[in-house]
Design a protein around this ligand. Sequence first.
Ligand code: TXA
Ligand code: MG
Length: 371
Amino acid sequence: MSTNPPQQKRARILNASPKSIVEAARKIHESGLIGLPTETVYGLAGNVFNEAAVARIFSTKERPTFDPLIVHVSPGLVGEMKLASLAELELVDLATLSPLARERAEALMKAFWPGPLTLVLPKNVKVPDLATSGMPTVGIRMPRHPVAQALIDASRTPLAAPSANRFGKISPTEACHVDQELGDRIEIILDGGPCSVGIESSVVAINPTGELTLLRPGGVSQAELERVSGAQVHSPQAQNAQAFAAPGMLESHYAPSKPMTLLSKAIADMSTEELKNEMALGLSSEMGVLLLAGNAANTQMRLAALSQHPVKVLSLSETGSIEEAAHNLFASLRKLDHSEAKIIFSEPCTSVTGLGHGIADRLRRAAARRS
Ligand code: TXA
Ligand code: MG
């Protein structure tokens, strides 16, 4: 008699059609999980009010239960863009929020939803504690991607969805990335094409008095948040970092399996001596190099002249567009991680405006040493 475990079938990658949406919604109702496209990154979605589904999200991702999930809603589910609508959906508890906090939250909802902004608000008792890791707050966002909206509408329930990667790994921005990460653990991945934004949502906490804290920089810039809310948006470091310890903010995250080093400045600004110093380890083996901007071929030639080994250079945006760089970031990191390279170097992102803040944050964490 064979002692082999039963073969787990690989996920089916389905083109998002009305038929596949109905099938996916049925899975959601059976406590199943779906690989779901959003405009930021792909998510691993399950019914937030179903504890079995929420528990499966953590185990499928190998995610520690101290890292809270984001809940996704749709325009169809929410109706009027008001906090009262979120209370009606039994997601938030408005009792402790001051009028100023409500005003600011609604201004942000109206300006940036649907879109890459997660609001952290006091949680309703109906949201399982497991989903929020026992925190008294819940992160909520309304994705802009039509396939995400269609699945939420068809499921008729808000969906908890973290990024669809194994914990700490590179986030997926295409359906095939979800398959690489979790294809042996889930049944359906809806294919909605490459994610347009490419990095995760900005996560903003609103406390009862209306103070705003940017817990994770992402698809909406700090300047835009401040303009719309009329308030200063604090960074967690400036306040009590402990109070905001959220594991998505763990130092090492979004990490390739190969060692990755962040260079001190753009390669074009480095002398040959500086290059040799900073890239010494890479020049003695195969290496992968990520440029923030500019032409990959020129850098490839310059580095090839210094190394006996293959060098693979990818540029996030030939023209220097920060939006294009964000869009390509995770897919390019994944390509280098799957290449022959033994070590990866990346230029730093020095722009702190717009999406630059989020890109700099992801690169720093991808390069952080794991202990
Ligand atoms: O763009 C996104 O936000 C993607 C797509 C799928 O929507 N989702 C995503 O989820 O990035 P995830 O789980 O990979 O990252 C969410 C992070 C958590 O790690 C956590 O740090 C923070 O958001 N978060 C969620 N709920 C929170 C809460 N109640 N308080 C503080 N931080 C929270
Ligand atoms: Mg994630």
